[in-house]
Design a protein around this ligand. Structure first.
Ligand SMILES: NC(=O)c1ccc[n+]([C@@H]2O[C@H](COP(=O)([O-])OP(=O)(O)OC[C@H]3O[C@@H](n4cnc5c(N)ncnc54)[C@H](O)[C@@H]3O)[C@@H](O)[C@H]2O)c1
Length: 255
């Protein structure tokens, strides 16, 4: 018996990084998985990997920043598999610009809010509607350490992730007696394309890479699997008395 046998998991941002590791882990542990992402090529590659290992999944092209796309995602998941037991919302962007607040370009600011906060809100809202109909479920939002403390020169990211944590805590309270648990994970530096090729281009910037490594007390970056493992635990019955957490996965950074 696997931990997620007979469970339906939905993972956004499933084409890469933390979402990919989470989707593969769910499939390995018995769940049927709905993969959602804007990147169809990589998303279909994750699907192929799941199928090659004997698992079952579908890929749904979905920009979480668009309400109709998220409605379609939840409807497709339910049409295909009948329910959504475990939702993990990983999709997000970190922005490519480093600027103080008064200089940050407005359009880029709004784009991060649209995807990271409003997009995550759409996901949570429509996942909750389905979970209420079916009598329960779990939701995990992959927020960030930048949802717990400020992040200089990256204000829209920090604001959006603080917003996600507020949404998660409120949802946890509102649905606590309805068999729905809602938690957030707040990672520090995790070795994924977002951070290696992102705003500070760690892959080509040894100084920035060392800074990112030093931020963790363990003096290393985290791996996507180390976040996926926490996401699965928060989605499992092993964490049945835990809701409303904004859990740092941080190699001791906030100790
Ligand atoms: N890597 C880190 O250090 C780190 C730290 C803290 C938090 N996070 C958060 O973890 C989550 C996953 O990031 P990652 O590091 O795995 O990055 P990643 O870039 O490897 O993966 C993100 C995935 O989300 C998808 N995506 C982006 N915008 C989307 C949209 N509008 N709709 C649907 N899919 C979309 C991308 O195509 C990609 O597949 C993000 O929410 C990120 O903010 C990452």
């Amino acid at each position: 018996m696997n931990r997620f046998d007979n469970k339906i998991a939905l993972v956004t941002g499933a084409a890469s990084g933390i979402g990919r590791a989470t989707a593969l882990s769910f499939a390995r542990e018995g769940a049927k998985v709905v993969l959602a992402d804007v990147d169809a090529t990589q998303g279909m590659a994750v699907r192929a990997e799941i199928e090659a290992n004997g698992g079952e999944s579908i890929f749904v092209l979905c920009n979480i920043g668009e309400r109709t796309a998220v409605v379609n995602l939840v409807e497709t998941a339910v049409q295909q598999f009948g329910r959504i037991d475990c939702a993990v919302n990983c999709a997000g962007i970190a922005g490519k610009i480093s600027k103080p607040i008064h200089e940050y370009p407005e359009e880029a600011w709004l784009q991060q809010i649209q995807i990271n906060l409003i997009g995550t809100w759409y996901c949570v809202k429509f996942q909750l509607e389905q979970m209420l109909k079916q009598g329960g479920g779990t939701i995990v939002c992959v927020s960030s350490a930048a949802g717990l403390v400020g992040q200089p020169e990256n204000s829209p990211y920090a604001a959006s992730k603080h917003g996600v944590n507020g949404l998660v805590k409120t949802a946890a309270i509102e649905y606590a007696t309805q068999n729905i648990r809602v938690n957030a994970i707040c990672p520090t530096a995790i070795e994924t394309p977002m951070i290696m090729q992102g705003r500070r281009k760690l892959a080509e910037n040894p100084e920035a890479l060392q800074q990112a490594i030093n931020f963790q007390r363990m003096k290393r970056m985290g791996q996507p699997q180390e976040v996926a493992d926490v996401a699965l635990w928060l989605s499992s019955s092993e964490s049945s008395f835990i809701t409303g957490h904004t859990m740092a996965v941080d190699g001791g950074a906030f100790a």
